[in-house]
Design a protein around this ligand. Structure first.
Ligand code: HEC
Length: 251
């Protein structure tokens, strides 16, 4: 069989300027995108337990929910704490935990809500009107975390979107020279695998809170693998001395 012609320029160090610029623009934008996505997770899920920074507890709250409490109890122990005295909070929480019975509502809960909460929740249109019994009862329900609808929607958006990002990132990185092909293949596959672990983690955590660790491992895994590929690719294109060799055919 005839030997294949050796394409000496087929690696990141030897690519022409326009292609390097194209790859670089892409890598910078997705690099920033990944960092912002990380920040967004810190700010949304990360605040689920009221403290900054993602903890296993945050992930459990987001997907499994807080089954001992309810949105109302969470608010009363968190941002709304200041609006009721400890005695009033104890009454409201007792009512929640008893399953929000009507007789107790009329006698004890309604007056507290009228006195402490109605000046905002009943006036400001963007927040729930808790002076309505039905609305308050909704908030007194036990929180079971993300709904199946939310999870299906987020899962498919993530899977399609991220697969696209990792496809192109892996494609750029496949032109890196001087990296053992097994290691290179593992790095290229890692974000896909960890993306699946991450999403499996969401679903499993919804039912079994112990799986929250999968979400952290998954997110950390694809973030790290992507960062390594981005940095190596940028380094080879702009800082490394040009080298001959076909990055796709290297051993
Ligand atoms: C000074 C205005 C103000 C008062 C008083 C107030 N709240 Fe709020 N509350 C807000 C605002 C604004 C939000 C939405 C932003 C947030 O979650 O911090 C909110 C959010 C909430 C939520 C969460 C709503 C959601 O969509 O998840 C609950 C539950 C709640 N408040 C309960 C109460 C209760 C009970 C009281 C009375 C003890 C109370 N609040 C008093 C302003 C107020």
């Amino acid at each position: 069989m005839a030997k294949e012609p050796d394409i000496k320029w087929l690696n990141l160090t030897r690519l022409g300027l326009p292609v390097k610029v194209l790859f670089t623009g892409y890598l910078i934008v997705i690099g920033i995108g990944l960092i912002i996505a990380g920040l967004q997770i810190l700010l949304t899920h990360g605040m689920a337990d009221g403290k900054f920074g993602v903890s296993v507890k945050d992930i459990i709250y987001s997907y499994y929910g807080n089954r001992e409490g309810s949105k109302l109890e969470k608010a009363l122990n968190g941002p709304m704490k200041q609006y009721a005295s400890p005695q009033e909070r104890a009454i409201l929480i007792e009512w929640v935990r008893k399953g929000a019975p009507d007789d107790m509502y009329e006698k004890m809960v309604k007056p507290i809500i009228q006195k402490n909460c109605a000046k905002c929740h009943g006036v400001i249109p963007s927040i729930p009107d808790l002076t309505k019994k039905e609305v308050l009862k909704e908030y007194a329900k036990v929180d079971t975390g993300a709904s199946i609808q939310q999870l299906t929607r987020l899962s498919h958006i993530h899977l399609f979107g991220m697969a696209f990002i990792f496809m192109l990132l892996g494609f750029v990185f496949s032109f890196a020279i001087g990296i053992n092909k097994i290691i290179k293949s593992i790095l290229i596959f890692t974000p896909f695998a960890f993306q699946l672990i991450d999403i499996a983690g969401w679903w499993l955590t919804k039912y079994i809170p112990e799986f929250a660790y999968l979400v952290i491992i998954g997110g950390f895994g694809y973030f790290t693998a992507s960062a390594i590929m981005i940095l190596i690719s940028l380094y080879q294109m702009w800082l490394m001395k040009p080298r001959d060799g076909n990055a796709w055919q290297e051993d």
